[in-house]
Design a binder for this molecule. Structure first.
Ligand SMILES: [Zn+2]
Length: 281
C-alpha cells in the first residue's frame, strides 16, 4: 500500500503531503524524446512497460494565519482510476485535522485537471472560505478562447470561473511572495504560467516543483521531455533553473507526482546535477 499522507518539517514547520490517488503507472510518456534504454536505466527498471509508483499529490501547510494547500488534487475523476486513495483528499484532510472550511488559500502550480480537481464539485466550492491563487499568465492562457478548446480547457475553466465569479480567486505576478514564506518561482514550459513554490522558514527551504519534473531524474536530465509539456524548450530551461536554485539554496525538493516522502537535494556535480534522495523512515 503506498503512503497516502505523511508530514515532514522544514525549519520546524510541518508540511503534510497528501495523496488524492496513488496509482502505479508506466512512465514512458514523461520521457518522450529519450531512448527507452536510457530512461529505464535511470529509473532502475527493466522495461518501459514496468509500472512505477506515481502520485496525485497536494501539500498542506500553515503560515501566519493561513491554512494553505498547494494544488487541490485530481478530484472526483480520480475515483474511476481505482488507485489507492483516489479522490479521497477530503478524507485525508479530515485525518489531518483540517476542515474543508478551514482552508484559507489554495495556491496552484498550474491549471491542469489533476491539480485543480477539488476546487469546484457539482457547481459548489469545496473549500468555501479559500482564496484560489494562480499566476496571472496561467489563468489568462486557460481562460482565453483563442488558446484552444477541448477537455483540458473545459476542466480548467470549470474549476476556476465559478471561484472567480464568487470573488474567491486572486492572481499573482510571475514571481515574488504569494503569502508569508511562500515565493512563486516561474517555471513555464509544462504550461505557460506554470509556477513552482519555494517555502522558506528560518532560512531553510522546500522547493515544490509542480509538473516541472514528474520524476527526480528530470533534475539530472533537463532535456528529457514529458509529452505533456506545451513548450519543451522552455520546460528544459525551467528544469535547469530549478536545479540551480535548489543547489544554491540547499533546498529540499519535492513534487506532487513523486510518491509521498520522495524528498531530495539537487547537487552540482561535474557536468551537471545529481539528485540526492533523503532517506526517511
Ligand atoms: Zn500533473
Amino acid at each position: 500500500m503506498p503512503r497516502l499522507m505523511e508530514t515532514f518539517t522544514i525549519g520546524g514547520m510541518p508540511i503534510t503531503a497528501l495523496s488524492d490517488g496513488a496509482p502505479e503507472r508506466a512512465l514512458g510518456g514523461f520521457f518522450n524524446n529519450v531512448d527507452p534504454a536510457l530512461w529505464t536505466a535511470a529509473l532502475g527498471i527493466k522495461s518501459p512497460d514496468d509500472l512505477v509508483p506515481f502520485n496525485f499529490g497536494v501539500f498542506l501547510l500553515r503560515t501566519e494565519g493561513h491554512t494553505v494547500l498547494i494544488d487541490s488534487g485530481f478530484g472526483p475523476p480520480a475515483r474511476a482510476m481505482g488507485a489507492p486513495g483516489g479522490a479521497e483528499l477530503p478524507d485525508r484532510l479530515r485525518e489531518a485535522g483540517v476542515g474543508l472550511d478551514e482552508v484559507t488559500d489554495i495556491i496552484h502550480t498550474h491549471l491542469h485537471g489533476d491539480h485543480i480537481g477539488w476546487n469546484v464539485v457539482d457547481g459548489k466550492l469545496t473549500f468555501p472560505n479559500a482564496t484560489i491563487r494562480v499566476a496571472q499568465k496561467e489563468l489568462d492562457f486557460w481562460l482565453n478562447p483563442a488558446s484552444g478548446s477541448g477537455d483540458r480547457f473545459d476542466v480548467a475553466r470549470a474549476q476556476t470561473v465559478p471561484a472567480q465569479a464568487a470573488g474567491h480567486l486572486e492572481t499573482f505576478a510571475g514571481d515574488g511572495e504569494i503569502l508569508p514564506g511562500l515565493t512563486a518561482i516561474p517555471t513555464p514550459g509544462h504550461t505557460p504560467g506554470h509556477t513552482s513554490i519555494m517555502v522558506s522558514v528560518q532560512n531553510e527551504h522546500v522547493l515544490i516543483v509542480g509538473d516541472a519534473a514528474h520524476h527526480p531524474v528530470h533534475f539530472e536530465h533537463h532535456d528529457w521531455i514529458p509529452g505533456v509539456d506545451l513548450d519543451p524548450a522552455e520546460s528544459s530551461r525551467s528544469r535547469a533553473k530549478l536545479s540551480a536554485l535548489a543547489a544554491d539554496r540547499d533546498a529540499v525538493v519535492t513534487g506532487g507526482h513523486f510518491p509521498i516522502l520522495t524528498l531530495g537535494h539537487v547537487r552540482r556535480v561535474a557536468g551537471g546535477y545529481k539528485w540526492e534522495g533523503i532517506n526517511r523512515p
